[in-house]
Write a protein that binds this ligand. Structure first.
Ligand code: PMV
Length: 336
């Protein structure tokens, strides 16, 4: 097996809507921070003569997504070999923690290395995107942009993790798989939400504001734009038909706790992807207090602490939590 590890990422300006369903080009620009320690490990081996791809113990639905990704990779690599794949994540999967991002970034990296190919990170990002759009951002570490470009899209790092050692907390409110995955959620929003056009029109300004705030390390400006961009994405999704509501009661309680923290002088800002978990940005020196405040909100199961992390990389041996043969762990690794 060739092993690779990739981290999840948090979109500070979000991707929600495609212009091209197959190539997965985004309708608007997004900007993320790669999350240290929220990781997926993928092992891949291409085997000539194998009857079918073997995907380590995954349930049918996520395994299907991995299968079509492998199909797309075979076309790109001009190979007919089938793959033996092993996957494991160390955080709740398919529940709005961007498990698909770390899964397909790790998978793309290990699959390419296993095929003996040497490709640039940009090419790797392009491949990872075929599995899940946001996965292209997890190829890179630190702060990363992904934007439409002349009918296609480009992904590029904008600042390394050392540029701004922010604290990013994740208040986990549910570990159940979400009812509507992000691909279906996006399709439904594009097709039925009367607010979709307004969402897309407001994206570029948020993107520029966030970019400038990162350059200036201005938490107040970044937090404000991240929060309103998140609310606008969810507003567009809520207005879809049938409506998309990714929040749990505890999600809302955490959002209010973050606002209370700010009102009492602690700079903290939230963002929520297509799921019930709440990610909170703050300076590292207040992270412990913010973690305790979020952990005390009824319905919060636990609070993970992260910071800007590295991009996808190969590893010699998987960490203990991803050791092959550990079936329950392998089953955890699903793509939303
Ligand atoms: O990459 P996907 O198809 O799982 O979509 C990700 C969508 C959001 O997480 C809600 C936003 C984003 O930019 O990551």
């Amino acid at each position: 097996m060739n092993w690779a590890l990739a981290n999840s990422n948090l979109a500070l300006v979000k991707y929600w809507g495609k212009t091209d369903e197959v190539a997965k080009h985004p309708a608007g620009p997004s900007l993320s921070v790669t999350l240290d320690g929220l990781s997926t490990v993928a092992g891949v081996e291409w085997v000539d003569g194998l009857a079918d791809d073997e995907i380590g113990g995954l349930p049918e639905a996520p395994a299907r997504k991995v299968r079509s990704f492998l199909e797309a990779l075979r076309l790109r690599l001009a190979t007919t070999a089938r793959a033996r794949v092993s996957l494991a994540s160390n955080f709740p999967v398919a529940a709005g923690l961007a498990s698909s991002a770390s899964t397909f970034a790790a998978l793309a990296k290990s699959a390419i290395v296993a095929a003996g190919r040497d490709v640039s990170d940009s090419e790797l990002a392009e491949l990872a995107r075929l599995g899940s759009g946001s996965a292209c951002r997890s190829i890179f570490g630190g702060f990363v942009e992904w934007r439409p470009d002349a009918g296609t899209s480009v992904v590029a790092p904008i600042a390394p993790k050392e540029h701004w050692p922010l604290a990013i907390l994740v208040a986990v409110t549910s570990e159940r798989a979400k009812a509507v995955g992000s691909s279906e959620g996006m399709r439904r929003t594009v097709a039925t939400s009367p607010f979709y056009r307004a969402w897309i029109e407001s994206g570029p300004a948020d993107f520029q504001t966030a970019r400038r705030a990162i350059e200036a390390r201005d938490l107040n400006a970044l937090g404000a734009v991240a929060e309103r961009n998140c609310m606008r994405m969810h507003a567009a999704a809520l207005a879809a038909d049938p409506p998309l509501l990714y929040w749990e009661p505890a999600t809302l309680a955490v959002m209010r706790r973050v606002w209370d923290l700010r009102a009492s002088g602690t700079e903290a800002y939230f963002s929520i992807d297509a799921g019930p978990q709440v990610k909170v940005l703050c300076e590292p020196r207040v992270a412990e207090g913010v973690q305790a405040a979020l952990g005390a909100v009824p319905g919060v199961l636990r609070v993970l602490v992260s910071r800007p992390g590295d991009g996808a990389r190969t590893i010699d041996t998987p960490p203990a939590w991803a050791a092959p043969g550990d079936r329950p762990r392998l089953r955890q690794a699903v793509a939303s």
